[in-house]
Design a protein around this ligand. Sequence first.
Ligand code: HEC
Ligand code: HEC
Ligand code: HEC
Ligand code: HEC
Ligand code: HEC
Ligand code: HEC
Ligand code: HEC
Length: 372
Amino acid sequence: MSKLSFLTLVASLALLARPAAALPTNAHFDPTKFAKPCSPCHQGHGAPGTPRLTGGTRDFCLKCHESASRSAPRKAFLGLGAAANPQDIRTEFTKPVTHSRATCFECHSAHAPRVIVAAGFQAVSPKRSFRFEADLCLSCHGSRGAQGADPHDLSKLFVATNPSFHPVLAGGHGTSLPSLRSPYSAASLMNCTDCHTNDDPSGPRGPHGSRVLRLLGRNYALTDGQVETAATYALCYGCHDRDSILSDASFSAHRKHVVDERASCATCHNPHGATSSRALVRFNEPVPTSGVTASSSGRLEFVSSAPGRGTCFLTCHGKNHDPLTYGGGAAPMARPRPAPAVPSGSQRVAPPRAAPVQGRPEPVRPPDLPKQ
Ligand code: HEC
Ligand code: HEC
Ligand code: HEC
Ligand code: HEC
Ligand code: HEC
Ligand code: HEC
Ligand code: HEC
């Protein structure tokens, strides 16, 4: 490590007599959890190339963040206080779907303060070089990221100029959403981790591992042929009222397709955004979903300019729609419900969002550890 950062660390350690309240709110600085401050993580000369960390970066975090049965007997050795109960992340990485190719350090800064936001607001990035969590995710899953060559350039799907998108980067475009459940409203924002997170609600939060395909936090059948139950599409029903969907409050043939024909929501909807359709309908995508092909006249398209009516050109499991129109010339069928209550002012902890630019410095940076 460089001489400058070595001196910085020595100076920081010397300043530790300062009251704990001066340090950022992060469990790693909580004196009831760490019997001794700093030294469980920084000591001696440290591992090469690190700010005197007590281990190399590969498994550094997991020596504490593993099952209680393994970490508890070693608490004193790990420098932990009696109240400490580090979340078990090691077990998350043994599930069928994991983020095993991304490292803890790529998504976390060990000193970043923890900010938990209410549902409907944007989550703050756990890594300091990004402002919001979505900026972090899209740094790898968007056009500019390591996964950018991927045909699913995810950042493209969420931009505000699209006709429809889940409100991760921008919000407030929805006009008719009879199914939306409280506390969500058409003005809400949401996060990648509202959908991609631990499938065990009592386990540690975050996109570390899940038993559900695509690292989803709740069950979601991606293929046709499944019997519709509250569990089959639990992910969507968490925010979109099942009774509303199945009573055809918006699309007049939801029940026919989902219950009678056993079509998955995923056959018709892209969960992220749609670059050329209303209501997240995905038929206009370059790669159609399985079971769906062009109609007898060669068209594969959803045409709709207003809620409650639309026209489909496609063949689904052999059924030709060339075209099939719902809502007809009649008045739009969607009856928007009154907007659900917006969370009270005290819950508005997330700062308003600016244009999604990666890598810019954090505007509201919390108090830093003492430098020099
Ligand atoms: C849970 C482990 C942990 C604890 C506890 C901890 N650090 Fe760190 N620290 C790290 C890691 C990991 C890094 C490397 C950068 C990163 O991931 O944020 C780091 C980086 C640093 C740096 C380099 C500059 C920077 O901010 O990146 C300094 C200085 C530092 N720590 C000082 C301290 C001091 C002083 C304390 C005690 C108040 C402390 N650390 C407690 C894990 C810890
Ligand atoms: C020396 C043990 C130790 C190490 C090493 C360690 N942690 Fe922790 N971590 C803890 C403890 C203890 C807690 C608090 C858990 C509790 O009791 O609520 C914690 C909490 C956290 C939290 C929740 C923060 C909060 O304020 O609620 C995050 C995120 C976290 N750790 C990430 C990391 C990452 C990333 C690393 C590696 C850079 C790491 N930890 C390394 C012991 C450790
Ligand atoms: C450092 C790069 C990186 C970052 C940052 C990152 N990911 Fe990933 N992600 C990956 C890689 C690589 C994979 C492939 C699976 C693996 O890790 O083995 C992946 C896999 C996934 C998958 C599973 C895809 C599948 O086909 O099953 C989802 C979902 C996902 N990431 C969501 C997220 C979310 C949400 C965030 C932000 C909280 C995020 N990612 C941040 C690199 C990253
Ligand atoms: C965490 C809550 C949440 C979950 C989970 C969720 N949605 Fe949404 N959904 C919303 C919100 C909020 C909006 C309103 C968007 C707006 O108005 O900006 C929305 C809007 C929509 C729209 C209308 C988009 C438009 O532009 O007209 C569709 C279609 C939709 N969701 C389908 C789904 C499906 C399918 C799933 C399951 C894969 C799902 N949603 C899961 C919160 C959620
Ligand atoms: C056969 C295709 C199809 C299937 C399958 C389907 N949808 Fe839709 N959905 C649509 C269409 C078309 C619309 C647009 C209706 C309109 O014109 O406003 C829509 C609208 C929506 C909306 C926005 C309006 C509202 O009701 O709030 C939501 C949310 C939604 N669907 C959720 C779901 C969920 C959840 C499932 C699975 C349980 C599902 N859809 C299955 C075609 C489908
Ligand atoms: C409303 C829920 C929802 C939100 C919000 C959401 N996803 Fe997804 N995501 C899904 C579902 C469902 C799938 C399964 C694939 C499908 O139906 O296309 C998926 C698939 C993925 C995949 C794997 C396949 C692909 O399309 O590349 C990645 C990676 C991913 N999501 C990352 C993200 C990132 C990053 C964000 C935030 C910028 C995000 N997701 C936001 C529900 C969501
Ligand atoms: C792909 C990005 C990503 C990777 C890789 C990742 N994390 Fe996380 N982690 C997150 C996000 C995002 C959250 C916050 C989720 C939330 O607040 O809902 C989180 C939350 C946590 C928490 C707090 C859990 C809680 O319930 O309070 C701990 C502890 C943690 N991570 C440790 C780790 C450790 C240790 C590793 C490496 C083994 C790791 N993470 C790898 C993105 C990641």
